[in-house]
Write a protein that binds this ligand. Structure first.
Ligand code: SIN
Ligand code: MN
Length: 273
């Protein structure tokens, strides 16, 4: 799948682009099935909600699970990612965010690139997030909220949590990048100023919709107190010439991929069902 010139222009202006469903119901059902299997396995790739046994996210499934290995090479995701980044790309990070009915917790207001710059040494914001809605996302089940155009601000100087968040005291050092108390998040005044300057939008759509968003776009999402799950997968593609700087201590492979081989789109007519 390729984006039109108008779609590319909209992405560049707004910092995001919502594409109508381009996955069949059977493909989404198959991906949800695989996500369920991943959620059921106790592993350090899996993050639980605060003081709860409800799964929040699973990372790194694009390496270990065949369905997600194929998903990240699917031309419906990889095609637009290569167009947006203008070059060959590899998967920097992959996650499925569950945001379960009656329990999915919030994501504070943040930009993604500040984590990848400060924690991993990624030189430039030449990455793109490509989201697939594995459930319908509505106003009820905690849609992603985005400040349209805020990617133009570059990296915003923001709050930094020093310690591990409450409820995760026993967790590893990198856990503060993944919980409801994020390590780098924007304060109320900053957010109010940005919303005043730009505008607030929510990313809602049917199952199988695809959302692209820029790593400097300010975004977050609320709790899911509805009876509807809101599961999404997020592939972060990085441009192949934008590798993290060498570091003595790296975050684990499921947060920062170690395989930098540029991806080749799956050939022929692709079905993930
Ligand atoms: C969400 O799942 O609502 C937020 C994901 C993100 O911040 O990347
Ligand atoms: Mn984010």
């Amino acid at each position: 799948m390729l984006l039109t010139t108008e779609q590319l222009e909209a992405y560049r202006a707004d910092g995001f682009l919502l594409v109508p469903p381009c996955f069949e119901a059977a493909e989404i059902a198959a991906l949800k099935d695989e996500a369920g299997k991943e959620f059921a396995v106790d592993s350090e790739r899996r993050v639980l909600e605060r003081n709860s046994s409800v799964v929040r996210s699973v990372y790194g499934s694009h390496v270990l699970n065949e369905a997600f290995q194929r998903l990240v090479r699917d031309p419906r995701l990889l095609g637009p990612a290569m167009q947006v980044l203008g070059d060959r790309t590899y998967v920097y990070q992959f996650k499925v965010n569950a945001k379960a009915a009656f329990g999915g917790d919030l994501w504070e207001w943040h930009q993604d690139y500040v984590f990848w710059l400060n924690e991993d040494g990624v030189p430039e914001p030449n990455l793109v997030n490509v989201v697939v809605f594995l459930d319908e996302v509505t106003e009820f089940n905690g849609p992603m909220l985005m400040v349209r155009g805020s990617h133009r601000e570059g990296v915003i100087d923001c709050r930094r949590l020093a310690d591990k968040p409450e409820g995760y005291e026993e967790g590893p050092s990198w856990i503060a990048n993944l919980t409801a108390d994020l390590k780098y998040s924007l304060g109320k005044e900053q957010l109010a100023r940005l919303v005043d300057k730009y505008s607030l939008v929510s990313a809602k759509g049917l199952r199988g919709s695809v959302l692209l968003f820029h790593p400097n776009l300010v975004h977050g999402s609320g709790q899911n107190m509805s009876p509807f799950d809101r599961m999404i997968s997020i592939v972060t593609y990085n441009r192949a010439d934008n590798l993290p700087r060498p570091a003595a201590k790296r975050r684990p492979w499921f947060l920062v991929s170690e395989d930098h081989s540029p991806l080749v789109p799956l050939a022929g007519t692709v079905s993930l069902a």
